[in-house]
Write a protein that binds this ligand. Structure first.
Ligand code: FPP
Length: 252
């Protein structure tokens, strides 16, 4: 008997279109290990990681997942060797410059979240340009967490709210979850339904701490550069088998 290979260019038939996550967030881990396994320098892993991310973005678009967020650089990543940090900053800038035209053509809305003011000025410029140019697009929402830390994001939201209270624009009684969420970097974006972490580590690593309160977490041993459509398919199958109760009892 021959089994028809599933075309991964469209939504695979074993996935339920009505139960797709509306926002997928990815912790792209394992680039260094991937390169090491191949006897290459770590930076080659990051380079291949960009191709993986590009294809995942296209795959989300092709399959009907409306938002993708990627953890590109954490506030802790400054502790890596200087050459690697420099390489990553240059890589982000180069990729943005190179891909902007295509992202416009594909109608992507790109947004960067994190403490962007601490990034190299030339990168900040590319970021500002890509966000301004794509802001009125109507396609997939692509968010890149760069110099991002969940705790830092929460602290800056607290400061912004406290300062509004101090200046009399807000009263303490006005503070609620909704207002708080509107002071996070991700304001206006639905919270992730699914977080995928590659390369086996069972941690959230300071990623979207507030936003993933009820997200399903999927960890795979696959290293990020090898996370292709077929791996994403597996993650979505697994997600659709979960019973999401949001703290309530199961619907009968
Ligand atoms: C983690 O692997 C990966 C990173 C810190 C960088 C990820 C960045 C990209 C894939 C580029 C994205 C580019 C744009 C423009 C959004 P690791 O180095 O921690 O791997 P290891 O755990 O095996 O050492």
């Amino acid at each position: 008997m021959t089994v028809n290979p599933i075309s991964l260019l469209q939504l695979p038939p074993d996935l339920d279109r009505d139960r797709l996550p509306q926002h997928v967030a990815v912790i792209m881990d394992g680039n260094g290990r991937w390169a090491k396994q191949k006897g290459k320098p770590r930076i080659m892993g990051h380079q291949k990681g960009v191709d993986t991310l590009k294809d995942l973005l296209r795959c989300c678009r092709d399959w009907g997942v409306p938002a993708l967020t990627a953890y590109a650089f954490s506030t802790e990543n400054w502790g890596r060797p200087l050459e690697e940090v420099d390489f990553l900053m240059t890589l982000f800038e180069r990729v943005l410059r190179r891909e902007l035209k295509e992202m416009m053509a594909e109608n992507v809305v790109i947004r960067f979240v994190g403490n962007l003011a601490a990034l190299p000025p030339s990168l900040q410029q590319e970021i500002a340009r890509s966000m301004a140019d794509t802001q009125n697009n109507s396609g997939i929402q692509f968010t890149v967490a760069t110099n991002y830390g969940g705790r830092q994001e929460i602290v800056q939201a607290c400061k912004a709210i406290a300062s509004k209270v101090e200046q009399g624009y807000l009263r303490v009684e006005d503070i609620n979850e909704n207002l708080f969420e509107n002071h996070l970097y991700t304001q206006g974006l639905v919270n992730p339904d699914l977080v995928i972490r590659t390369s086996g580590e069972m941690r959230v690593s300071n990623f979207l701490l507030w936003q993933i309160a009820y997200a399903e977490i999927y960890v795979t041993e696959t290293l990020w550069p090898d996370f292709n459509r077929s791996e994403f398919h597996k993650a979505l199958i697994n997600y659709q088998q979960r019973d999401r109760r949001f703290g309530k009892v199961k619907n009968k």
